[in-house]
Design a protein around this ligand. Structure first.
Ligand code: UDP
Length: 254
């Protein structure tokens, strides 16, 4: 029997296990979806498989164009090998169009194009509901330095350009998204990399023609089948060629 792996962390949508080599983790995607900071919780069969494939697609694309991420390689249908990083305790949000909390806060109609992409930060703390914080708080409380923040903004804008372009190519508007950033050490030099995941759980994706939502708002707002929406994104990007997720048993890819 395979030895049991040590669980390092379990979150709402993913589990991290100790990796096979030092400095690595195995990131396992679960089928669970939560909304309202965990107030609602449901399980959607196949969501973890879809998010693993989609996150692989986006992260490896970023790596290929020189935007560093924690992604190393995919291990099986639900798991990927990633680099261990020191997480910066921020949710970094990039917005191209008004939606969600920004639309509410400013009284903007959802879908209004913003004058330019806007980057904002939330402090990662579930007990507090991940509050929006100004840069002043971030540097004063030492969550990140001003240099880190400058680097995070340029990283986030490069991710935005890449994702917007890729999604536009398949008829999808990237309304907004969230990334998380971690620090890695290469020969004593610190470097910031995109960590966590990039998937329809953490983006707003609207069909350009019809406005149909293809992201987690389908669950948050009860708009239909979440896995249908995510499968549509995967199908358009060509990462799940016409195979039903229910038939996907874990198999080794690498
Ligand atoms: N987001 C996320 N995790 C969070 C909060 C937000 O991935 O804990 C993503 C969300 O999917 C959207 C973007 O960040 O793509 C902006 O979300 P917003 O601040 O509008 O919050 P929401 O309306 O989702 O509460």
């Amino acid at each position: 029997m395979a030895p049991r792996r040590k669980k390092v962390y379990e979150g709402k949508g993913k589990i991290l296990y100790e990796g096979p080599e030092p400095g690595t983790f195995v990131q396992h995607f679960k089928d669970d979806a939560t909304a309202g900071n965990g107030a609602r919780h449901e399980v959607f069969e196949g969501k973890g498989v879809l998010n693993n494939r989609l996150s692989e697609f986006f992260m490896s694309g970023l790596n290929a164009i020189g935007v560093p991420t924690h992604y190393i390689r995919t291990l099986n249908m639900r798991e990927q090998l990633v680099r261990q990083v020191e997480m910066i305790p921020l949710e970094v949000i990039v917005r191209n169009y008004a939606a969600g909390s920004m639309a509410q806060r400013l009284g903007l109609e959802e879908g209004v194009q913003l004058p330019r992409p806007i980057v904002e930060f939330c402090y990662k703390d579930d007990r507090l509901g991940d509050p929006l914080v100004p840069e002043e708080y971030i540097t004063a409380f030492n969550w990140a330095s001003q240099q880190d923040l400058d680097d995070i903004v340029s990283l986030a804008l490069r991710v935005n350009d890449f994702l917007s372009g890729v999604m536009h190519g398949v008829g999808i508007r990237l309304v907004d998204f969230k990334i998380e950033v971690g620090r890695i050490w290469d020969n004593d030099y610190p470097r910031l990399v995109v960590a966590d995941e990039i998937s329809p759980d953490s983006c707003r994706l609207w069909d350009i023609e019809t406005g149909r939502k293809l992201d987690k708002d389908v669950f948050r707002r009860d708009l239909g089948s979440l896995t249908d929406a995510y499968s549509e994104v995967a199908r358009r990007l060509g990462v799940l060629p016409s195979v039903g997720t229910h038939r996907m048993k874990p198999t080794l890819i690498n």
